[in-house]
Ligand binder design. Sequence first.
Ligand code: SAH
Ligand code: SF4
Length: 349
Amino acid sequence: MNEAPNAENPVLTGFSRDELSSLLAPLLPPYKARQVFAWIARGAGSFEEMSSLGKRERQELTRRFSLRCTRETARLADRDGTVKLRLALRDGAEIEAVLLSGGPGRGTACLSTQAGCPLGCVFCKTGALGFLRNLGAAEMVEQLLRLREAGEGREPDRIVIMGMGEPLLNLEELRRALAVIMDGEGLGISRRRITVSTSGLVRGIRELADRGPLPRLALSLTSAREELRKGLMPGAEPLAQVKEALARYQEQSGQRLTLEAVLLGGINTGAEEAAAFGRFARGLDTVVNLIPWNPVEGLSFRGRALREPSAGEIQSFVRLLEGEGLKVTRRFRRGRGVGGACGQLGSLP
Ligand code: SAH
Ligand code: SF4
């Protein structure tokens, strides 16, 4: 269902099982509140569908609560199977979420955590939009529910928090959303199948390391040379501190870290750059994920228009990194046809 029938009612999609149980305590015994939680995770769009509840209970819930606070305003499907959704929020803000095809019947959901982003990376469309506001947990969980509806039988079994916004600037709500997503009686997606991508906010990484949960972590390194990085990512924090925070995260989570680098033609694909990558990664267990820049019109750096890296630049950079002893993967460019690829989120074509 696409409508949000009771637009002003509290929405239930962002509450953990325990929270829901307390919230619904005046109306339902705990075991029924648990059923509501499971129904929501299964994608129920109305309380009427919740056939394990009594008629009165369903009516009362319908009167007082809502099951959606987002509305789908556009859906675009790429030939490669990628589906991009544009969702309007109750206050009119708009966000995007993307489903990438996985194996047969599977998909990876790419979720947004903010409407816009305050960090202003020069290569990113979301950054160019500026910052509107943080999303609530329900707005994050609903992206996943709506992607599943739109996926035509493809079950999202992996989550990447790589849509619009910087997740570590919205950590409390992200944590709440992950609690719902990871719950075995809810969506049941384990932390190993969830990746949070960050521009590298030291406080946030430390907090996540100390308080959990411990999803996979990806750092958008982009450049391991301080000055260039700061130029490309004005919100970037000192690399030594970022590395220290990553080491702590790795110690706590026991998982390999991903270092992401969006490759900008003529800017960050040289030998010096690769050497700096090598130095940064030393002592950490990492894999480098290269993302050839997805074109966004109008973006420039130091007075020159950004361009995609050539095939030759990519190849030579891969070799240079491997020469540094690094493991390298290259991200497949899915979703370009619908502007749903990395860094292209922000508006419909
Ligand atoms: N704010 C977080 C998560 C969202 S951005 C972060 O920066 O990590 C997710 C990824 O998309 C980042 O690695 C970012 O470097 C990359 N990205 C941004 N714009 C891009 C573009 N135009 N082409 C390719 N990748 C881009
Ligand atoms: Fe924000 Fe990430 Fe885009 Fe930078 S790359 S502007 S941190 S969304």
